[in-house]
Every structure is written in structure tokens, then in C-alpha cells.
Design a protein around this ligand. Structure first.
Ligand code: NAP
Length: 354
């Protein structure tokens, strides 16, 4: 049981990020004050959407880098709760997985938690892990006893050369559990979100979540789309889960945050229902042989295709509902609101009529 004082600031690392920005907004709306870290304070474009919170004195921004030892110290002073979201999140265009993904994720977690060990006010850390630390490829579902992934499962199949982002999340979460077990002052609660969708507070388009939704509506797949399965969750549900994980005294363990599991055909149907011909949606599923032919030039290795293409899987989200009291939003609503936000912000243009 850990009691967090509502009057103490809460540290959120990676404050400018897609998920962290929602965590900060909801924390402030719920009466908390926040310390946020960003990599570069002088990059005002990345933090423009947080300016109103800074101006109202509810958010203080600090500079910190995952790879710089001790850089989170100043931001952490006087905090009882640390929400560590910062970690590189991209799955394509990877040139050096170790440098770009694994080191920042793992060493970053070590750095943040080493500082937690030094700052005596900290009582709890909430770590943003991922379902990528639960499983590596869709085919891993065959190794479960129940045909459903749950919090007892760990990703054992990702490597530096195959699904390196998933490896980075797995190793970072393992590091978190290792370090929490070496002391008794603070506890650790882990959030394992699926693929996060929903309106973004910033106009940035470089987040993997925003990039996915753009690719579904901007014609990238108009000739056809690969048949993959995705486990989706709304960004606002993920943000609230971080807060519940932080403030509920009895919160403990890992939490799968997934609402609906859809394959590509189901996503197309959902988007057609909501938007008709308004956008340049994918028209068909690409046949497997075409994927094997052209996939490798699009960053889909044969190994990846063999282990993921056309394979469905499932998650048990009951623990997040019971332990964190999360009531999930319907994902159709999430997609609609995300696309509406991107259109309102001028990031996507409609190409047809509803
Ligand atoms: P995002 O918008 O790309 O945010 C990632 C954040 O990490 C950014 O604030 C980024 O800072 C920061 N970061 C990256 N490298 C850093 C470094 N070396 N030093 C300091 N900060 C660094 O992505 P997101 O979707 O919000 O992801 C946030 C967390 O959720 C990550 O841990 C990710 O693995 C996890 N997650 C995301 C999803 C999803 O579908 N979005 C699903 C499961 C888990 P800059 O702004 O300076 O780049």
C-alpha cells in the first residue's frame, strides 16, 4: 500500500510525447502539479501544446536525456510519484537497433531508477512498458496454454535483429523489476499498452501511432494493405491508467492495456462506416505472395511475415479493469476522434465525400 500526497509534484518523463502529454493534461485537470522532462528545452515547437500548463504554473519543464546519468535528478526533487514514459518508439527505418532503441530504453530506465534510489521522497514509479514485453510475434500465441496473452507472459522471441523495439521494451521492463527488488522504499507498477490510438495534443506527426493512422487514410495503402492483427487502446484510457497506477494505494504488478483486437479488414470496415469515401482508404488486402515478394523492400522481413502475417491473437485485459478501474472507450470512437483531430489540425486532407 503506497499513499501519494496530492500536494507533491508528479514527475512525468518524456513530457512532449504522445502518451505523456495526455498523462500531464489529465493529471493537471485532476488537481496535480507536474514536473516534466524533455530532451531539449529550447525546442519550443515540441512543447508548444504544453505552454498553457506552464503559463498557469501547473507544469514545470526540465531538461533530461535518457543517456545522461543523473540528468533526471533536478526534476525528481520533492516528487513522491515518478511516471517514466520516455523511450524511443519506432519500428521502421532502424539502422542500429542497439544505439537507437535498446541502449536508450534500458540505460534510460537504469538512469531514472538510479536517481529514484537517490531521491528519498519517491515512493512509487509507474513504468510505461508495452504489450511488446508480453509477446514478440503473433505466432507466439501458440505457446500460451489458454490462447490468450496475459500478464504472466513475457516476450522471449525478440532479438536485436528481429523486432528490436520489442526487445528494447522487454529488457527495459526487466531492468525495472530487477532494480525495484533490490530495495524496499519505492514500489513499481507497470503499464503494458497495446497499439495506442486517439487524438494527439500536439501537431507532431513523427509518433508511430499518428503515422499508422495517417497511412490508413492518406492513400499509402490504396493498392492494398497487409493482413496483420492489432491490439488497440485509446490514448486517454492509457493516460488515465498511468494515473490510477500511480495514485491507487493497492496498485501492483503489470497491466495489459488493450481494448479491441482488429485485423486490417476490420479496421477498413470501421473506417468506411465512419467516413465513407471521405478518405483514400485501403481498398483490399494484399495477397500473401505479394507480401513475400515486395515485403522485404518495405522493411517486412520474411521472418516477420512468417510469424505475423494473417495470424490472430488475443489479450486478457481483465486485470486492468479490476485493479486500475479502467472503463475502456470503444475503439471506433477513438479512430474517428483521432482522424477528426488530424483533419482539424490540417495534417490530413479529405479526398472524397462522406
Ligand atoms: P512518442 O510520442 O514518440 O514519445 C516518446 C518520448 O520519449 C518522447 O517524449 C521522446 O522525446 C522521449 N525520448 C526518446 N528518446 C529519448 C532520450 N534519449 N532521452 C529523453 N527522452 C527521450 O511515443 P509515445 O507513443 O508517446 O510513447 C511513450 C511510451 O509509451 C514509450 O515508452 C513507448 O515505448 C510506450 N508505448 C507506446 C505505445 C504506442 O502505441 N504509442 C504502445 C505501447 C507502449 P523527444 O520528444 O525529445 O523525442
Amino acid at each position: 500500500m503506497t499513499f501519494i500526497d496530492k500536494n507533491k509534484p508528479i514527475l512525468v518523463t518524456g513530457a512532449s510525447g504522445y502518451i505523456a502529454s495526455w498523462v500531464i493534461k489529465l493529471l493537471i485537470e485532476q488537481g496535480y502539479s507536474v514536473h516534466g522532462t524533455v530532451r531539449n528545452l529550447s525546442n519550443k515547437e515540441k512543447t508548444a501544446h504544453l505552454a498553457e500548463f506552464v503559463n498557469h504554473g501547473k507544469l514545470t519543464l526540465f531538461e533530461a536525456d535518457l543517456l545522461e546519468e543523473g540528468s533526471f535528478k533536478e526534476a525528481m526533487e520533492n516528487c513522491e510519484l515518478v511516471i517514466h514514459t520516455a523511450s524511443p518508439f519506432f519500428v521502421q527505418g532502424i539502422k542500429n537497433a542497439k544505439e537507437q532503441l535498446i541502449q536508450p530504453a534500458v540505460e534510460g530506465t537504469t538512469n531514472v531508477l538510479d536517481t529514484v534510489n537517490e531521491i528519498s521522497s519517491v515512493k512509487r514509479v509507474v513504468l510505461t512498458s508495452s504489450i511488446a514485453a508480453i509477446y514478440g510475434d503473433a505466432i507466439d500465441i501458440k505457446n500460451t496454454n489458454t490462447g490468450v496473452f496475459d500478464e504472466k507472459d513475457w516476450n522471449t522471441t525478440s532479438t536485436e535483429h528481429h523486432q528490436p523495439y520489442s526487445l528494447s521494451k522487454t529488457l527495459a521492463e526487466m531492468e525495472g523489476w530487477k532494480l525495484v527488488n533490490e530495495q524496499e522504499r519505492w514500489d513499481l507498477v507497470v503499464i503494458n499498452p497495446g497499439f495506442v490510438m486517439g487524438p494527439s495534443l500536439s501537431k507532431r506527426t513523427d509518433s508511430t501511432s499518428v503515422d499508422f493512422i495517417l497511412s490508413m487514410v492518406n492513400g499509402k495503402f490504396s493498392m492494398g494493405v497487409p493482413d496483420f492483427t492489432f491490439a488497440f487502446v485509446d490514448v486517454r484510457d492509457v493516460a488515465q491508467a498511468h494515473i490510477q497506477a500511480g495514485i491507487l494505494e493497492e496498485a501492483e504488478g503489470r497491466h495489459i492495456l488493450v481494448n479491441e483486437i482488429l485485423n486490417t479488414s476490420e479496421i477498413i470496415v470501421l473506417l468506411q462506416k465512419a467516413f465513407g469515401n471521405k478518405y483514400n482508404l485501403p481498398k483490399r488486402i494484399l495477397p500473401k505472395f505479394l507480401m513475400y515478394l515486395f515485403g522485404p523492400s518495405q522493411d517486412f522481413s520474411w521472418k516477420y511475415l512468417k510469424r505475423n502475417l494473417g495470424i490472430s491473437y488475443n489479450f486478457d485485459n481483465s486485470y486492468s479493469k479490476e485493479n486500475l478501474k479502467i472503463a475502456y472507450r470503444p475503439i471506433a470512437e477513438t479512430f474517428e476522434e483521432h482522424i477528426d483531430q488530424l483533419e482539424k489540425d490540417g495534417i490530413i486532407k479529405n479526398t472524397g465525400s462522406k
